[in-house]
Every structure is written in structure tokens, then in C-alpha cells.
Design a protein around this ligand. Structure first.
Ligand code: LLP
Length: 435
């Protein structure tokens, strides 16, 4: 029997066992049978092994890993990273609340984001987080004022916009002047002086985050050089920083992209930071979770186009649509970024079957509701499909659009699996509303 491109699985936690996809020692079909579809499934072992790659890459340098909660904020996922020793990068009071609920230590939490509200700042000050990554003069003033009111010292870093092109999708590029993020370099010194003179502010560090799904490390090194130049300039003025935060962004393999070489990146960073006495911080999200996760979905209907006619009642001429039970509300990345995700039938197929080219689409009333386009496979109604690389920015970007309950989530650990988020009920969706 052969087979649908198993090379698609090179970076994924999913693998074939006797012709059926599994994660660790659990057949994905068993999970779908037990929990239903759509369902996100994560490999606990892969969360740990990805984390370990970063730990190894930075060995020898004082450092702290702050997992970017936005990539996957499911409590059980946060708990695993907390248990592994991770700190957390948050961008909202909601994420802080998740970290605390999962048992994360607020003393290892950095708070990024351009729009921190007074309420969120107060929450973070009261829980005594590690650092605010400040993105504007207005925010610095507000943090100082709230620290004063609450009788706290606010630890801060300034997030610098280094104006480097991360060479990634424009929606996930954050380090260019045209992006809303960070403080322009030429304004940084003045703002640091202000912060250093403020009795409610403790100046700790400097930060940047230039984008996501970065393949070529060079823009990250360019940003590092700019930050180091500022560190030196500040030192000359007697403002001594102890922390440098290089953000996240390490790219992963969805299709044929080579995996970001964290070892080579780490070696170069170690070389540059060597004896400066700065603690390095990073904020990876996708790298830790993307390929540890898949989304399972079942084929509901097949709309087969007529290959010969231009007018067809079933579907557009020549187009074959597999309508599945997952949609853009479950996995938004294809609709939002035209992102490519590998899709494989959970049962390995004979290539001599009835192979066609399918668009895999959801039930939502939008033409943009698709998960994958032009995929060759042989499909029948009821088949189980596995959408790869769905562990990052999958469940966190999901919504209730079309009043669809959010999917269940499962973590596999060896031969066992456990439900870590039950599927939402229709009742859950209506509870916050009143007539
Ligand atoms: N730190 C900050 C301040 C960030 O804004 C982000 C991501 C990260 C860290 C983590 O970046 P990562 O290591 O995951 O690349 N929804 C998009 C990605 C948006 C990224 C936003 N910021 C997607 O699905 O591709």
C-alpha cells in the first residue's frame, strides 16, 4: 500500500503506524471516536522536546525562556511549560489570568503589547510580574502613575522598533517603522532618561520582537546589533541594563521551509552577548507548539464538479469540494494569511483509489472558509482528515462565528490521552447574553 506524501510529516508530531496516523502511541482515529470532531490534538512529548532544543541552544548564557502565551493558551499547555521551567510572555490581563491559573510564576512573566489598559497594568503590578515591555511614552507615563497609586515599583524594558524587515507575511511582521509596535530608536534614549529618573520605575532592560515565522536569522541578528548599540549608549550615560529580550519569531516547517536552526542562532547570540553580563530573554510561541499539534476533522459532504461541463448543479465546473466539519472559526490561518497547512487522511490510502484534486472547505457561509486548496487524495464521506502544524495560533485564534462551538482539545502523553478542553456546548455560547 502506498501512500500519500509522508514527507509532509517530517516536522510533525503525527506519524503513520500500520497505515494509520498516530501521535505518540495513540491512534488519532481513537481520539476522534472518543471525543468527536473537530478536535485539536497535541503531543506532550513534542512540547518538551521543542522546549529542550531552545534550552540546549542557549546553554551557557544566563537566559530565560518566556513562552508566548498567544500561540496556544490552553491551561494544560501552559501548565506543561510552567512545569518545564518556562516563564511567559503575555499580551493581556486575560493571558496573565491564564498563566496564574495554570500555576505559572508571575515573577517570570513579561507583558508585551501596545495597548495595555489601566486595569491590566494594575493587575500586573499587583501580581508583581517580572517586566513590562513598554511600547510608548504614554504607556510609560501610565505605568508610572499606576505604580505610584498602588505603592509599587514597576520593572520595565523599552520595546524598540529596530526598523528591520523580518521577511515574513506582512500581517505578522512587527519590526518595521510602518508597524504599530515598539519605540523608534531615535526616541529611545530620551525615554530611557525619563524612565531612569522616575521614582516608580525600575529600568531593567531592552526588548524587541520583529515578526513571526522567521526563516532567515539575519534580521534577528541585525535587530540584536541595534539593541546592543543602545545598551552601550545608555551605559555611557550611567543607565545600566541587566536584561535583553529578543522576542520570538523562530519559523517552523509547514510545507518545505527548512526548520529554523536554533542551535546556529544560539551560538551566534552567545558569541555576541558573551561577557556583557546581560540576561537574555526570548519569547517563542510557534516554535514550541505548532508542529506538536494537529486538527482532526471529518468529511461531511463531497461536492464533485463535472470535469467536462462548465455548468454544473453540484459545484463549480471542474472543482471538487470536500466539506469538512472544521471551519475558519476553528483554524483561521488559511483564511487570514493564506497559510498552507498539510492535510492527510488519517488512514493511509492506496494511490490506485479514486484520487481527485480537492479544496477542503468548512461549513461557514464565506467563500474564504477553506482549510486547504488543490489537495490530491481519494475521499469518501465520513473520512477522518488530519490538518498538520495546527498547534500554534489554531485554538487561540478560534471563534464562535456562525454560532459554532469551539473545538475540543486533547493532549497525548505516551499511550494515554486526556481531554484538556471539552467541546463548547450551545448553552455555553448563549450564557453571556440576555434578551
Ligand atoms: N512576542 C511578541 C511580542 C509577539 O507579538 C509574538 C507574536 C511573539 C512573541 C511570538 O512569536 P512566535 O514565536 O510565535 O513567532 N497569528 C499569526 C502569528 C502572530 C504572531 C503575533 N505575535 C499566525 O498564525 O501566523
Amino acid at each position: 500500500m502506498l501512500t500519500v506524501s509522508p514527507e509532509l510529516l517530517r516536522a510533525s508530531a503525527a506519524h503513520f503506524v500500520e497505515g494509520e496516523l498516530a501521535i505518540e502511541d495513540v491512534a488519532l482515529a481513537d481520539i476522534a471516536d472518543a471525543v468527536g470532531t473537530p478536535v485539536y490534538v497535541y503531543s506532550s512529548a513534542m512540547f518538551s522536546s521543542q522546549y529542550q532544543l531552545l534550552v540546549e541552544a542557549l546553554k551557557g548564557l544566563p537566559n530565560r525562556l518566556h513562552y508566548a502565551v498567544k500561540a496556544n493558551s490552553t491551561l494544560a499547555v501552559l501548565k506543561q511549560f510552567a512545569d518545564l521551567g518556562a516563564g511567559f510572555d503575555i499580551v493581556s490581563g486575560g493571558e496573565l489570568s491564564r498563566v496564574l491559573t495554570a500555576g505559572g510564576d508571575p515573577a517570570h512573566v513579561v507583558f508585551s503589547g501596545v495597548g495595555k489598559s489601566t486595569e491590566e497594568i494594575d493587575f500586573a503590578l499587583k501580581t508583581e510580574i517580572e517586566c513590562f515591555n513598554v511600547e510608548s511614552a504614554g504607556e510609560l507615563a501610565r505605568i508610572s502613575e499606576r505604580a505610584n497609586v498602588l505603592g509599587k515599583m514597576a520593572p520595565i524594558a523599552l520595546r524598540i522598533n529596530p526598523n528591520v524587515d523580518a521577511q515574513t507575511h506582512p500581517y505578522i511582521s512587527t519590526g518595521l517603522r510602518e508597524n504599530k509596535f515598539g519605540i523608534a530608536q531615535e526616541n529611545a534614549l530620551a525615554l530611557y532618561r525619563l524612565a531612569a529618573a522616575d521614582p516608580h520605575i525600575q529600568v531593567r532592560g531592552i526588548a524587541c520582537h520583529i515578526g513571526s515565522q522567521i526563516g532567515d536569522p539575519q534580521p534577528l541578528f541585525d535587530a540584536l546589533e541595534q539593541l546592543l548599540a543602545l545598551v552601550d549608549a545608555l551605559k555611557n550615560e550611567g543607565i545600566v541594563l541587566t536584561d535583553i529580550d529578543l522576542g520570538g519569531g523562530f519559523g517552523v516547517t509547514y510545507d518545505e521551509e527548512p526548520a529554523f536552526d536554533v542551535t546556529a542562532w544560539g551560538d551566534r547570540v552567545k558569541e555576541r552577548l558573551g561577557d556583557r553580563g546581560l540576561q537574555l530573554s526570548i519569547e517563542p510561541g510557534r516554535f514550541l507548539t505548532a508542529n506538536a499539534g494537529v486538527l482532526l476533522t471529518r468529511v461531511e459532504y463531497l461536492k464533485v464538479g463535472d470535469e467536462h461541463s462548465v455548468s454544473n448543479e453540484t459545484s463549480s465546473a471542474g472543482k471538487h469540494f470536500a466539506v469538512v466539519d472544521a471551519a475558519m472559526n476553528d483554524l483561521l490561518r488559511p483564511s487570514l494569511y493564506q497559510a498552507w497547512h498539510g492535510v492527510l487522511p488519517v488512514k493511509q490510502q492506496n494511490t490506485d483509489g479514486n484520487t481527485r484534486t480537492w479544496d477542503i472547505v468548512g461549513p461557514i457561509c464565506e467563500s474564504g472558509d477553506w482549510l486547504a486548496k488543490d489537495r490530491q487524495m481519494s475521499l469518501s464521506v465520513g473520512d477522518l482528515l488530519c490538518v498538520l502544524s495546527a498547534g500554534a495560533y489554531g485554538s487561540t485564534l478560534s471563534s464562535n462565528y456562525n454560532t459554532r462551538p469551539r473545538a475540543a482539545e486533547v493532549i497525548v502523553d505516551g499511550a494515554a490521552f486526556r481531554l484538556v478542553r471539552r467541546r463548547e456546548s450551545l448553552q455555553d455560547l448563549l450564557t453571556t447574553e440576555m434578551l
